[in-house]
Design a protein around this ligand. Structure first.
Ligand SMILES: Cc1cc2nc3c(=O)[nH]c(=O)nc-3n(C[C@H](O)[C@H](O)[C@H](O)COP(=O)(O)OP(=O)(O)OC[C@H]3O[C@@H](n4cnc5c(N)ncnc54)[C@H](O)[C@@H]3O)c2cc1C
Length: 428
């Protein structure tokens, strides 16, 4: 009997999950596992947590949904607490697993964890599968086999040579050993106080694959918001100015291939336009940042990012940083956005660009502090989307213009001309 562990990380879905599909196909039984590392919920020396309350809640909801879907197919999710490299040693022995299947990792810490697991388990095969990209890695063809340094070049080459693959079907039945009912952790165990939902939130994010697929259907077929996306995507108020797919994509409750194929289905029924194309264009940014981080797994966490010669004149001001976090800076547009993040765990793309620019270029604070605060707070935190966007704005990432200093006054006048956004967040 061939038995394998499927280690779910940020791919919490059954549909279009190449890792899961491969494991089911190549083995007689699989043991689905998720590992919660309590240290991710604790405050570190910079006063920040890896996972804050909004994402913790979304993660719990997503895990519960995944467990229910697995149980409905004869399996279940085993939740373990601790360090993966230690836990797997016992688990592999106990279940006589020959292989561990998991998602491919691209960032430094996660790569180190995978290396430690492989080292500690010389007799167990470790297979990691890239299940996050829109375009399959094996289908990417670049001039001289080199990932372009600029997004536009990347996009043009991909659009010319690559095609999005078909979806992996959702399994009907999964053979697993007996998996006990999960004892779900209490909110306090995550260091989270009870969440109070702010009625001003742009969108009520609910974790899990079912909710993600529902949102996809709503944004496309129910409200047709997709057909206006290009005109509305710079908005800041309400649930349909942008897709709000980000949290589901970040934890893998939804695959970007699924979004793509649903957009194609929508285009067949209702017609293609610039907006239906533009959402795919944004998903290509997501892919690009993932590939760039994979190429530089450590550099994106360094002050100079992937650039060599950056002249920094940084100021270290705890007070300025605290004021930025709490929406108490000199700039009301920044403040409104930072309050939205603090009270909801979400901020629009327009807002993120402006507050990041303000931290880097006006307050002249180390951009990595801003990125780390986003990591704690964002409900949709994704390692490459976050750190590469921050590096881009700070001028140490993939930007031919060497940094993006936004004119905050102009931005506020363009995107919040009637003060509706600032009134929403600054006046209670
Ligand atoms: C400083 C900064 C930090 C960011 N941190 C994150 C993060 O941690 N996680 C995250 O998912 N996005 C991040 N983004 C990108 C973007 O702001 C969010 O993806 C978007 O606002 C999420 O809302 P949406 O799903 O409604 O987006 P939509 O506009 O509907 O876009 C659809 C999808 O395309 C992808 N996408 C859109 N813009 C970008 C982008 N610039 N880079 C990468 N992917 C993109 C996302 O997966 C998004 O869900 C960051 C941007 C900035 C400027």
């Amino acid at each position: 009997m061939k038995r394998a562990i499927v280690w779910f990380t940020s791919d919490l879905r059954l549909h279009d999950n190449e890792t899961l599909s491969k494991a089911i196909e190549e083995n007689d039984e699989i043991l689905p596992v998720y590992i919660l590392d309590p240290s991710h919920f604790e405050t570190n020396t910079s006063g920040l947590r890896k996972i804050g309350k909004y994402r913790a809640q979304y993660l719990l909801e997503s895990l519960k949904d995944l467990d229910a879907s697995l149980r409905a197919r004869g399996s279940g999710l085993m939740i373990l607490y601790g360090k993966a490299e230690e836990l797997f040693k016992d688990l592999v022995l106990k279940y006589e697993a020959e292989r561990i299947y998991t998602k491919h990792e691209i960032a430094w810490d996660e790569i180190q964890t995978q290396k430690a697991i492989i080292k500690g388990l010389p007799h167990c095969e470790f297979l990691s599968v890239e299940s996050s990209l829109l375009f399959h890695k094996d289908d990417l063809r670049f001039v001289n086999n080199k990932l372009p340094n600029v997004f536009t070049e990347y996009r043009k080459q991909v659009e010319k040579h690559s095609k999005v693959r078909e979806l992996f079907a959702c399994p009907d039945k999964i053979n697993s050993p007996q998996i006990e009912e999960v004892k779900w952790p209490k909110q306090e165990e995550f260091g989270i106080s009870e969440l109070v939902k702010d009625p001003r939130a742009a969108y009520d994010f609910k974790g899990g694959e079912k909710e993600a697929l529902k949102r996809l259907n709503d944004y496309l077929f129910e409200t047709h918001s997709i057909s206006k996306y290009k005109e509305t995507r710079n908005g800041m108020i309400g649930e349909n100015y942008s897709s709000k797919f980000s949290a589901a994509l970040a934890l893998g409750c939804l695959s970007s291939k699924t979004i793509y194929h649903e957009i194609k289905r929508y285009e067949k029924q209702f017609g293609a336009n610039d907006s239906t194309y533009w959402l795919v264009f944004e998903l290509m940014w997501r892919d690009y940042f993932r590939l760039v981080m994979e190429k530089h797994p450590k550099d994106f966490f360094m002050k100079n990012g992937i650039q060599n010669k950056v002249k920094w004149k940084l100021k270290h001001s705890d007070l300025d940083f605290e004021n930025w976090k709490n929406g108490k800076t000199q700039n009301d547009f920044v403040n409104a956005n930072m309050l939205e993040l603090k009270h909801t765990g979400f901020m629009s793309n327009r807002g993120r660009q402006n507050v990041a620019s303000y931290l880097c270029h006006d307050l002249k604070i180390d951009w990595r502090l801003g990125a780390a605060y986003f990591e704690e707070m964002l409900i949709d935190y994704d390692v490459s989307s976050n750190w590469c966007n921050w590096a881009y704005i700070a001028g140490v990432g993939n930007d031919p213009r060497n940094g993006r200093a936004f004119n905050l006054e102009k931005q506020a006048t363009t995107y919040d001309a009637d003060f509706a956004y600032r009134r929403l967040w600054l006046i209670h």
